[in-house]
Design a protein around this ligand. Structure first.
Ligand code: SF4
Length: 270
């Protein structure tokens, strides 16, 4: 086993998704912690605006669950320069997800050990019921993602597995809710059964084992240049001007949003 990862390395949805998207980006960002020469220059201003707006929505919803007066939050959202934030937050308040109960844990982190490696998830909202664990993830996509796209996401696998293993009650099922702020009446909900969890565990274990086994020279640049189109290392890799691609947008947006929220801060102890 080669394993170039530092001791105590924590896997999470963002670094695993980065590896799946491009091994070289994983190496630069999470191993070498490499600064990028022109971090955002090659990305569109739309991308950056969407990141800030999405992060602000998350912050407002978090404050709501912490008990801040909703009227203050509505007012704050209304004053935000991007008008979408106000619409999204009002959509949230009118949704089923704004119900407050005592068993909710907003912006909640859980970490498990998976085959000797640390795996972290930070949930937008975790609700522990007697018979279910409900995971909610707030999204602010311009186009509602396809169900199949979300079902196969690393995020769905990591969140479901970490929640189930950290709260191991055999009678509980897991439901994963992707709520789109711009499409509030169309949540995409998955019920994750035990057999699916087992498959997720095998997939993630295989992925982590692969990462740990690779020598440094095999953390290669992707050959699919569409994946470069929103990557922060475009300048470094001389891949600027790559053809825009929706999947690439979604991949790098989720990674960027997680990092903007500080969700994926590397941890060296637990
Ligand atoms: S620009 Fe392309 S090749 Fe370079 S790290 Fe990003 S995705 Fe990988």
């Amino acid at each position: 086993m080669t394993d170039i990862l530092p001791a105590g390395f924590v896997f999470h949805q963002s670094n695993l998704q980065a590896f799946k998207t491009c091994r070289f980006s994983f190496l630069l960002r999470y191993i070498r912690k490499f600064p990028w020469p022109a971090p955002l220059a090659a990305r569109t201003s739309t991308f950056e605006q969407d990141l800030v707006a999405g992060s602000t929505l998350h912050s407002l919803i978090h404050q709501y669950f912490l008990g801040i007066d909703p009227e203050l939050l509505v007012s704050s959202a209304a004053n935000f320069p991007d008008a979408r934030v106000s619409v999204w937050f009002n959509n949230f308040l009118a949704s089923q997800y704004a119900t407050l109960t005592s068993n909710q844990f907003p912006e909640h982190s859980l970490q498990i050990t998976l085959d000797g490696s640390l795996l972290l998830a930070k949930f937008d909202l975790l609700t522990l019921n007697v018979d279910t664990i409900q995971i909610c993830d707030w999204k602010s996509s311009r186009v509602i993602p396809k169900r199949q796209f979300l079902q196969d996401r690393i995020q769905t696998m990591v969140y479901s597995l970490v929640a189930a293993r950290a709260h191991p009650l055999p009678s509980r099922s897991i439901t994963m809710h992707y709520w789109e702020a711009g499409f509030p009446d169309q949540p995409i909900i998955f019920t994750i059964e035990a057999a699916q969890l087992q498959r997720y565990e095998e997939t993630l274990t295989d992925l982590i084992t692969c990462i740990r086994s690779l020598p440094v020279e095999q953390f290669e640049r992707t050959t699919d240049r569409k994946k470069c189109s929103y990557c922060e290392y475009q300048s470094y890799c001389a891949r600027s001007g790559s053809t825009k691609d929706e999947e690439s947008f979604n991949n790098w947006f989720e990674i960027g949003l997680s990092e903007l929220q500080g969700q994926t801060k590397e941890q060296t102890e637990f």
